[in-house]
Design a protein around this ligand. Structure first.
Ligand code: AMP
Length: 276
């Protein structure tokens, strides 16, 4: 596996790939890699001649310096993970090189003021700003994103349609642990007790979903979601609501929706969405 940290070096490999007419799959990550990222890599390997994974903890998408500084970083383990998963090229640029003194922030205009955008102001601006840099440099055929971050996926879909029409976005279902929770880099920051509490909460959510009539309107399901959530022992909650799969509105039936939640365990913010 190649580990490349600077753009000029990367470009020479990309030229070689293009000369050989290799198709390239790109998997952007912030590192602290886990089995969820592994699914994206697997899919890309299956679809393309070469798979490039980037590891870049993008400060512009964090709402606080504290959250950015405490984001898990496992360099050695990440190298091992990528190598074990047969990644062809790991790109790990510095912020200086990626932004190159360019302070421009792109403004996301889709799926605004709902879900994570409501609670993490500017977060998605940071996401599309960094992806714009990566897409321009890497020019892959396909790019892989997880349904775990569903609103992000929808926003990137719109962004790609507008600015990178020849790039194909591939979405990958959420990979879950045996207990049902989604793999996430932030899970490793949970104490044993917090993790147990989170698993138990998640399992109650799954039971709640099973008990719900699929023909209900989403609006009715959201009344039930409110009743359910007040009975849970949650320290802090940003949202817990059903939204339409396609446009993230409150229109339609439960069968066309997903349940989205963002909760806190201590300072750790945990998000998930469950397909009905
Ligand atoms: P991150 O490193 O958290 O920015 O995630 C990088 C990519 O991996 C994003 O497209 C995420 O949606 C995806 N991802 C994270 N966790 C999972 C998971 N449990 N299952 C599938 N994809 C995931």
């Amino acid at each position: 596996m190649l580990i490349i940290k600077d753009i000029s070096n990367l470009k020479s490999y990309l030229t070689a790939y293009q000369n050989r007419k290799y198709s390239i799959g790109f998997v952007p990550t912030m590192g602290a890699l886990h089995k969820g990222h592994g699914e994206l890599i697997k899919k890309s390997k299956n679809d393309n001649h070469k798979t490039i994974v980037s590891i870049f903890v993008n400060e512009k998408q964090f709402n606080s310096k504290e959250d950015f500084n405490s984001y898990p970083r496992n360099k050695g383990l990440d190298y091992e993970f990528c190598s074990n998963n047969d990644v062809d090229l790991l790109f790990e640029p510095s912020a200086e090189e990626i932004y190159n003194n360019d302070g421009t922030i792109l403004k996301n205009v889709n799926f605004k003021n709902i879900l994570c955008d409501k609670f993490r102001k500017g977060h998605f601006d940071g996401v599309i700003t960094v992806l714009d840099k990566f897409f321009t440099i890497i020019k892959s055929n396909k790019v892989y994103f997880g349904e775990k971050d569903y609103q992000q996926l929808k926003i990137i879909e719109k962004f790609i349609l507008k600015k990178y029409k020849s790039l194909q976005l591939v979405s990958v279902p959420t990979k879950r642990s045996e207990e049902g929770i989604a793999y996430s880099s932030r899970n490793e920051k949970l104490s044993k007790k917090q993790l147990q509490d989170f698993v138990s909460f998640h399992q109650k959510v799954e039971n709640f979903l099973k008990s719900l009539e699929k023909t209900f309107d989403i609006e009715i399901a959201n009344q039930k979601a409110k009743d359910f959530i007040v009975e849970q022992d949650i320290e802090e909650l940003d949202y817990f609501e059903f939204r339409n799969n396609d446009d993230l509105s409150f229109n339609g039936k439960v069968s066309e929706s997903r349940l989205f939640y963002a909760i806190y365990k201590g300072k750790i913010r945990l998000i998930d969405n469950l397909k009905i």
